[in-house]
Design a protein around this ligand. Structure first.
Ligand code: ATP
Length: 240
C-alpha cells in the first residue's frame, strides 16, 4: 500500500492509573499538512503524543494512518509504518557522538551504504551537525541537540512526524532556524507534521492549522490565521 500520511484520531481516551487525561479527542491530519497542537501546561499534549506513538495505550477510540488501524500496534511497528516521534528534551544519547546517535537511530531502516547515505543526508540538512559529528551528545548546544533529535527521526524516513516541544529552552533565533528548517523539509518531502508547542506564535508561524487542547479535550481546531485573530480564544487558552 502507498503511504500518503493521513492521520486520523477518533474519540481517543487515555490516562494514567485512575486518572483520565484525554477525553474523546478527535481530529484528522491531511497528508502534507503542518498542524500545531497547542494548550497550557498539563493540557494533555505529551499524553496525546505518547499515545499516538504507542508508548501508552489508548483506553478507547482509534488511531489510523491512511488505511491502517494503529490503535493496538506496537511502537516499533508504528515507526516502521512511518510514524516518527521526536520526544521532548533530552532524547539524544549524551555519551554517544552525533554520528553514533544517527547510526543507532537508523539501524532498523538502513544497512551498509544506504545508512551512510542517510547519515550524510542529515549532515546536508543540518550543517552544524556535520561539523560536530564526532562530538558527544552532552557537548552539543540546545539547538544542535534538537537538530540531532530531528535528524534521527528523519533518517527513519517517516511520513508523519510528531514533535514534542522542539522549541523548549532554545533562544528565539535558534527556534526560528529550526522551525524554518522543519517547514522546508516537510514541504520537500510532503511530510505530515504534528507539532506540540507552548510557543504558540512560533508554532503557528509555520503551521497551516492549530488544534487547542484544554483539560484533555479539543476546544478549537482552525486555520492558524483564525486562531491568531480570535482574541477570546487566545486569552482563554493560549495565554496572550
Ligand atoms: P506539558 O507542556 O507540561 O508537557 P502537556 O500538555 O504535555 O503539558 P501532559 O504532560 O500530557 O500535558 O499532562 C496532562 C496531565 O496528565 C497533567 O494533569 C499531568 O499531571 C498528568 N500526568 C502526566 N504524566 C503523568 C504520569 N506519568 N502519571 C500521572 N499523571 C500524569
Amino acid at each position: 500500500a502507498t503511504v500518503a500520511g493521513a492521520l486520523s484520531i477518533e474519540a481517543l481516551t487515555a490516562g494514567y492509573g485512575g486518572t483520565s487525561v484525554l477525553h474523546d479527542v478527535s481530529f484528522a491530519l491531511h497528508p502534507g499538512e503542518i498542524v500545531a497542537l497547542l494548550g497550557a501546561n498539563g493540557a494533555g499534549k505529551t499524553t496525546l503524543l505518547r499515545t499516538l506513538a504507542g508508548l501508552m495505550p489508548a483506553r478507547s477510540g482509534s488511531i489510523r494512518l491512511d488505511d491502517v488501524d494503529l490503535t493496538d500496534v506496537a511502537t516499533e511497528q508504528r515507526a516502521r509504518r512511518g510514524l516518527a516521534l521526536v520526544p521532548e528534551g533530552q532524547s539524544v544519547v549524551a555519551e554517544l557522538t552525533v554520528e553514533e546517535n544517527l547510526r543507532l537511530g537508523s539501524l532498523w531502516r538502513h544497512k551498509g551504504a544506504s545508512r551512510d547515505r542517510a547519515i550524510n543526508g542529515v549532515y546536508e540538512l543540518f550543517e552544524p551537525l556535520a561539523r560536530r559529528r564526532n562530538s558527544a551528545g552532552h557537548q552539543l548546544s540546545g539547538g544542535e541537540r534538537q537538530m540531532l533529535a530531528l535528524g534521527r527521526a528523519l533518517i527513519t524516513e517517516p511520513v508523519v512526524l510528531v514533535l514534542d516541544e522542539p522549541s523548549l529552552g532554545l533562544a528565539p533565533l535558534t527556534i526560528a532556524k529550526i522551525f524554518g528548517a522543519l517547514r522546508d523539509i516537510a514541504a520537500d518531502r510532503g511530510l505530515t507534521v504534528l507539532l506540540a508547542e507552548q510557543n504558540v506564535t512560533s508554532a503557528l508561524s509555520i503551521a497551516d492549522r492549530g488544534i487547542v487542547l484544554d483539560l484533555g479535550k479539543v476546544v478549537a481546531d482552525a486555520p492558524s490565521q483564525d486562531l491568531l485573530r480570535d482574541s477570546t480564544l487566545r486569552h482563554a487558552y493560549l495565554g496572550f
